[in-house]
Design a protein around this ligand. Structure first.
Ligand code: ADP
Ligand code: MG
Length: 264
């Protein structure tokens, strides 16, 4: 079944200070199947966050539609879980408290939500940290907590906006491997936004490559890389290298066009 459908999405912002119109998204259409990992990839400022925020229901499209599990999105809802780049955790709640919060909102009883919370904390490698507070965790651990908190609610679509962008390179690779393992075990539906080509190829089943602003879909690339995936096996896999090279070419073309247009 199709978990997420985006049809002819367009978004024009009006700048709050100058009143100028900014066309952030020209025309974007794609869909994500249940249990599929799809990334949206493009340069900074091309409208990736706007696409994700429209799916989350934080931003209203200028035109076009977004549907999740067959229902048209008109605002935020518990069927979509968002993992933010900067965690957005509750600092006054414990690690376990952060994970069970969304479950309490869903009306789940205490014993059940604690069991579920512990299960997902152990899935992301945070077993034993239940009683700690977010400020006692490293950046990588906080991001694991952000992932556990969203996964625990078992949303129809998990939305991730450059969740590892501000994390050091070595930790980032470990988090990417963990996310891949979790994805392969649980098969959540994931809509992931990144500007990092290697990350997109390593994690995804398909990559939606956006052109520069106003963005449209340049190409949807299938990733030919068997699962289970680890970085050690991916880097030497011809499918990984070929896809990275192909996507690199698509983005370089987009940049060249952008430069030509800027000069005019
Ligand atoms: P990305 O996530 O790919 O970096 P964004 O979706 O954040 O891109 O932004 C796309 C474009 O829309 C940028 O030019 C940005 O400045 C503009 N933009 C984003 N949000 C707003 C807003 N609330 N008001 C005006 N312009 C915005
Ligand atoms: Mg962004």
């Amino acid at each position: 079944m199709t978990a997420l459908v985006i049809e002819h999405l367009e978004k024009t912002y009006t700048d709050a200070y100058t009143g100028d119109e900014v066309v952030a998204i020209g025309d974007v259409s794609f869909s994500v199947s249940e249990g599929e990992f799809v990334s949206v990839l493009g340069p900074s400022g091309c409208g990736k966050t706007t696409v994700l925020n429209t799916v989350a229901g934080f931003v209203r499209p200028t035109s076009g539609t977004v549907s999740v599990a067959g229902n048209q999105v008109s605002g935020p809802g518990p069927d979509r879980g968002v993992v933010f780049q900067n965690h957005a955790l509750f600092p006054w709640k414990t690690v376990l408290g952060n994970v069970v919060f969304g479950l309490r909102m869903k009306g789940m009883g205490r014993a059940e939500r604690e069991a579920r919370g512990r299960e997902y904390l152990s899935l992301v490698g945070l077993e034993g940290f239940e009683r700690r507070y977010p400020h006692e965790l490293s950046g990588g651990m906080r991001q694991r907590l952000g992932v556990a908190r969203v996964l625990a609610t078992e949303p129809a679509v998990m939305l991730m906006d450059e969740p590892f962008a501000s994390i050091d390179a070595q930790t980032r690779r470990r988090l990417q491997e963990d996310l891949t393992r979790i994805f392969e075990e649980r098969r959540p539906t994931v809509f992931f936004v990144t500007h990092d080509i290697d990350e997109a190829v390593f994690l995804s089943d398909r990559i939606v490559v956006l052109s520069g602003r106003p963005s449209s879909v340049r190409e949807i690339v299938e990733v030919d890389l068997p699962r289970p995936r680890t970085w050690a096996s991916a880097v030497d896999h011809p499918g990984f290298r070929a896809t990275v090279a192909h996507v690199n070419g698509l983005l370089a073309e987009g940049e060249a066009e952008g430069t030509a247009a800027d000069v005019e």
